[in-house]
Design a protein around this ligand. Structure first.
Ligand SMILES: [Zn+2]
Length: 219
């Protein structure tokens, strides 16, 4: 794990930080796909860090797939955005239309019980508060710390092209985004915060001119 800010660490889990989880204080944020939960738990053991909770930014298999292992191995409660609780508990990703079977296949995961439904403004530890950022999923959340302007944005943006692994801001995949207009509003809300450091679900951390880049995207 790599430190990216005071009391904030990144777990890069694929080549070129293709999938990321984060540790804020003693709270794990996201857990990657199914193989990664055990790997994160193992790394936490090696670093002798105990968790108090596990937050999932949104109910999709590449963020919550490892959560079952985290719950099992670290014995911690799961917290998630209120509107994503049902999907997170069932593991059944709802989808309609032609792509539904593909989405179910790609996005499904082993459900986990959610102990705390998170809402806008909730404090979750290490100075972070919850920001509701719907779009990718109805209950998608980001985490924001005002004092040093650190933002964990989940999949509101990706900072990587998932096919070529080329870095750079991107919208989350169209087919897997429930409401693209809502996601654009979430992007505008987050850019307006003028973050100094941004951690993404996919792609490298942005810590050089982060505010300028997000503002440029929204403009
Ligand atoms: Zn993702």
């Amino acid at each position: 794990m790599e430190q990216i800010a005071d009391d904030v660490f990144q777990f890069p889990m694929l080549l070129r930080q293709g999938v990321n989880a984060y540790l804020i204080g003693d709270v794990l944020v996201d857990a990657g796909g199914p193989p990664f939960g055990r790997r994160i738990a193992q790394e936490l053991r090696v670093e002798e860090r105990a968790l108090s909770a596990h937050i999932v930014t949104h109910a999709r298999g590449d963020h919550a797939g490892g959560s079952h292992s985290i719950v099992e191995e670290c014995k911690v409660p799961v917290w998630a955005g209120a509107a994503d609780v049902a999907v997170l508990e069932s593991g059944n990703v709802e989808a309609t239309g032609l792509l539904a079977p593909v989405m179910r296949l790609m996005g499904g995961f082993e459900g986990v019980p959610v102990r705390r439904a998170l809402h806008d403004g909730d404090e979750v530890g290490a100075g972070f508060v919850v920001l509701e950022t719907p779009g990718r999923t109805p209950g998608h959340i980001a985490l924001w710390r005002e004092r040093d302007r650190v933002l964990l944005c989940g999949d509101v943006w990706l900072n990587m092209d998932m096919k070529t692994t080329r870095r750079g801001l991107r919208d989350p995949a169209r087919a897997q985004t429930i409401d693209r207009e809502a996601n654009r509003r979430s992007q505008a809300r987050l850019a307006a915060l003028q973050p100094a450091v941004v951690g993404f679900g996919h792609g490298p951390v942005l810590d050089k001119d982060a505010a300028g880049r997000l503002a440029g995207w929204v403009a």
